[in-house]
Design a protein. Structure first.
Ligand code: F0G
Length: 482
């Protein structure tokens, strides 16, 4: 695809779509934001949308849908069994991934529940490039454990390595040799590695992982939730794939995966999920669990309207002008923040812009949750809602001690095709201001701490009156501005 050139010097992303339906936004004054974040226990998950200006919490289920997706939804064939809509989606999966069997599920973690129940036995191990919160939780719930074997460069926050999500093949071999292949439930490969900043994995690395696994007769499971961004990065960053179409890259990835599952809240820009495979034995084993937990095989907990939207969304994922939007906006945001000196994860990945809280607020110790504190501070000064991806997102160990995260990140997700460039510029401006005033930000402490997935419901409070001071500085710098 030819690059579109500007007269203009700087590199700015270009929207390859136009807006046809809008939703009005509110920007409440900073004094209200101060109340709101405290009502929410300083946890951005607990904010109400009415108090949020730009919702950058996640891209899950909130990507903009296309006119073609909306139109397809009107054609949905509603029936418990044998829906025409299901056949359409199954055909699309066959066409794109070349996988014969498709099992629907209501979202990504439902697929993880089912795959883990089917294959994780007590004492088994699931090696993966990096964990995702729900994927780890399901393995552990079934008595297994996970081993993270991302390449060392993957945890290097500031890097220029193009595929930081790659697996370390040597570590994989060692793990198999140490424990024996029979102890490995399966190897999980995560496309667009979420928790290290939406970092991609190369096609070559996926092929290498598959080869090792085949040598030991181990099943490879691909989490394709963030595949769209990863496809784009393979196309532009992997020399050997430069002349391949997105469709060809997708098929090549599928060919080195025994099972693919995905959250269609991300892949396909709708709401749902599914599992596909060419292996009849796997299909039959998983099938019973789908009907037990999700629903009959022709809907799996999804509405038929969403299934129609997913089928179109998957087709649109094969369009480079569609999947380049997220990565290009993210690259712009990362670049602009870097120019202001703000520490961010590099290279820019998919999903969103990831701010390095460990450095942004280096004066906040990890037991006072730097990424959580930064998330609260960014909301206060901008109305932008991000998500903590650091120690709060981890769990305490058996003895109640904190497990400090490898990275303390504030994720500012860019749901695809949702925000305009001026909105992104507003976020950049406010975060730049906050960086200049970073010494005013203080830590947080838990006042309510659930045992499991505490980042969803936990409530925290500021360790001092730093939030009042930050609000006062905002008022003196911005006058009566919101
Ligand atoms: N795998 C990955 C890589 C994900 O990013 C997610 C969800 C899931 C599985 C689970 O899918 O939400 O449909 O159950 N990630 C969302 C996020 C929640 O905000 O990053 P789900």
């Amino acid at each position: 695809m030819p690059e579109i050139k500007y007269h203009y010097e700087g590199k700015i992303p270009l929207e390859m779509h136009k807006v046809r339906i809008v939703q009005k936004l509110n920007l409440v004054p900073i004094e209200r934001r101060m109340e709101a974040i405290n009502e929410a226990g300083n946890n951005t998950f607990l904010l109400k949308n009415r108090d949020v200006f730009l919702d950058m919490l996640t891209d899950s289920g909130v990507n903009a849908m296309s006119d073609k997706q909306m139109a397809a939804m009107m054609e949905a064939d509603d029936s418990y069994a044998g829906s025409e809509t299901f056949t359409k989606l199954e055909d699309k999966i066959r066409e794109i991934f070349g996988k014969e069997y498709f099992l629907p599920a209501h979202q990504g973690r439902a697929c993880e529940n089912i795959i883990s129940q089917a294959y994780v036995k007590p004492g088994t191990i699931v090696p993966m490039n990096y964990h995702f919160t729900t994927s780890k939780a399901h393995v552990v719930l079934n008595g297994g454990s996970i081993e993270e074997i991302v390449i060392d460069e993957g945890l290097n926050v500031e890097s220029s390595f193009p595929f930081k999500g790659n697996m370390d093949i040597q570590k994989l071999e060692t793990l198999i040799n140490t424990h024996g292949a029979e102890k490995i439930a399966y190897v999980r490969v995560e496309a667009g590695t979420n928790l290290i900043g939406g970092q991609p994995i190369s096609l070559q690395n996926m092929k290498d992982v598959y080869q090792v696994c085949k040598n030991h007769n181990i099943m490879v499971v691909l989490d394709a939730s963030l595949l769209a961004d990863n496809l784009y990065f393979i196309k532009i960053r992997e020399e050997a794939c430069k002349n391949m179409s997105i469709r060809e890259i997708t098929r090549a990835i599928s060919d080195v995966s025994d099972v693919i599952y995905f959250s269609a809240r991300k892949l396909g820009c709708a709401r749902g999920g599914g599992i596909c495979t060419n292996n009849k034995e796997i299909y039959l084993k998983i099938r019973e669990l789908i009907t037990l937990y999700e629903g009959f095989l022709t809907y799996g907990g999804m509405s038929v309207r969403e299934m129609e939207a997913i089928a179109v969304g998957l087709e649109e994922t094969m369009d480079e002008n569609m999947i380049n939007q997220g990565p290009q906006f993210i690259e712009y945001m990362v670049g602009a923040l870097q120019e202001k000196g703000v520490p961010v994860v590099t290279p820019a990945g998919g999903l969103g812009c990831h701010v390095n809280a460990m450095k942004f607020v280096s004066h906040i110790p990890q037991n006072e949750y730097p990424a959580g504190a930064l998330a609260a501070a960014v909301y206060l000064v901008s109305g932008v809602r991000g998500m903590e991806r650091g120690t709060i997102s981890e769990q305490r160990d058996e003895n109640g001690n904190e497990t400090f995260a490898n990275m303390e990140l504030l994720r500012l997700a860019l749901p695809r095709r949702v925000f305009t460039l001026s909105q992104v510029n507003y976020a950049i401006d406010r975060i730049g201001w906050l960086y200049e005033n970073r010494n005013l930000i203080g830590g947080l402490k838990f006042v309510e701490e659930p045992k499991l997935l505490r980042f969803f419901f936990g409530r925290l409070e500021a360790v001092s009156d730093w939030q009042e001071k930050l609000v006062a500085k905002f008022r003196s710098d911005f006058g009566d501005s919101l």
